[in-house]
Design a protein around this ligand. Structure first.
Ligand code: NAD
Ligand code: ZN
Ligand code: ZN
Length: 238
C-alpha cells in the first residue's frame, strides 16, 4: 500500500527544505550543496510539488542535509516502499521493507536448555521458503531462484529477552527483512535465498560454526541488527 505514494511525497514527508545552504558536500553526489544536483526534476503530476535541482533538504530527525533530488534518485533506485534511510547515519524514516520471497515462519517450544541458558527452555523457529521466480525487486527478475538448506531451524532461549527477540523477528519477517535473493557468500551460488544481515543461531547444542550456543552477546547483537533495519521495541507498542 505504501508504494502507491508518489516518490516526491515520500521525500517531502521526511525532509524539509533548507534555505541557508550549508558549505558542505552532498553525500550522494559528492558535489557541493551550493551547486545543483545532477539529477533532473521529474515532470510533476497535477497538484504535486516538484523538487528542483538546487533544492537542499534536511532530514527531520537526524538533521543531515543533501540534495533532495539526489535523495529522490536513491529512493527511486530502491524498493520504493515509502521509507527512507539517511545515507549519512542510516536513520530510517517510515517502515523499511525487504525483498524476502514468500514462505512460512513457524514457532515451537523445546524443553531442553541451550548452552549458556541453563534456566529456561528453548524457542525453535523454522523458516520454510520454496523456490520460485524472481520478482521486479530481485537481482534477475523473471529468472528462477533456488532455496538451499530449507527448512532452516533456528534457536532462541525462552526467557524474557529471547521472547522479545522472537517478537521483533516476527515483525522483521512480516516486513520481508529476514532473507533476500542474492549470491550466497558461503557457497557462491547466485540467485538463491540468503540471510539478510539479521543473524540467527542455527546450531543448538554447540558453537562449532559460530552460529550456535553458547554466545553471551548474541541477543544484544541481534537486537542491534534488527534496530539497524528499523525493527525496535517501538514496533511492538503500535
Ligand atoms: P550467506 O552464506 O550469504 O551468509 C549470509 C549471512 O548468513 C552471513 O552473515 C553468515 O555469517 C550467515 N550464516 C552463514 N552460515 C550460517 C549458518 N549456518 N547459520 C546461520 N547463519 C549463517 O547466506 P546463506 O547462503 O543463506 O547462508 C548459509 C546457510 O545456508 C547455512 O545455514 C547453510 O547451512 C545453509 N545452506 C545449506 C545448504 C544445503 O544444501 N544444505 C546450501 C547452502 C546453504
Ligand atoms: Zn547531491
Ligand atoms: Zn542522518
Amino acid at each position: 500500500a505504501a508504494s502507491a505514494q508518489r516518490p516526491e511525497e515520500v521525500i517531502q514527508r521526511y525532509m524539509e527544505v533548507v534555505t541557508g545552504v550549508p558549505d558542505e558536500d552532498c553525500i550522494i553526489c559528492m558535489d557541493q550543496l551550493s551547486n545543483p544536483s545532477g539529477y533532473e526534476t521529474a515532470s510533476t503530476e497535477e497538484g504535486g510539488q516538484s523538487i528542483l535541482p538546487d533544492t537542499v533538504g534536511k532530514f527531520i530527525k537526524c538533521g543531515h542535509t543533501l540534495h533532495m533530488l539526489c535523495m529522490l534518485a536513491m529512493y527511486n533506485n530502491g524498493t520504493k516502499d515509502g521509507s527512507l534511510q539517511c545515507p549519512s547515519c542510516k536513520t530510517i524514516y517510515g517502515e523499511k521493507t525487504g525483498t524476502q520471497p514468500k514462505g512460512k515462519m513457524e514457532i515451537y517450544s523445546i524443553a531442553q536448555s541451550l548452552p549458556g541458558h541453563p534456566d529456561c527452555g528453548t524457542i525453535q523457529i523454522i523458516y520454510s521458503i520454496p523456490p520460485g521466480i524472481q520478482g521486479p525487486e530481485h537481482p534477475n527478475p523473471g529468472q528462477p531462484f533456488t532455496c538451499r538448506g530449507f527448512p532452516r531451524f533456528c534457536f532462541l532461549p525462552d526467557n524474557d529477552k529471547g521472547r522479545k527477540v522472537l517478537e521483533l523477528l516476527k515483525v522483521a519477517w512480516m516486513r520481508r527483512l529476514i532473507f533476500t535473493v542474492g549470491t550466497s557468500s558461503t557457497t557462491g551460488e547466485p540467485d538463491t535465498v540468503v540471510w539478510n544481515g539479521i543473524h540467527h543461531k542455527t546450531e543448538m547444542m554447540s558453537n562449532l560454526s559460530g552460529h550456535g550456543y553458547p554466545d553471551p552477546n548474541y541477543l544484544d547483537n541481534v537486537l542491534s541488527e534488527l534496530a539497524s533495519q528499523g525493527v525496535t521495541e517501538d514496533c511492538l507498542k503500535a
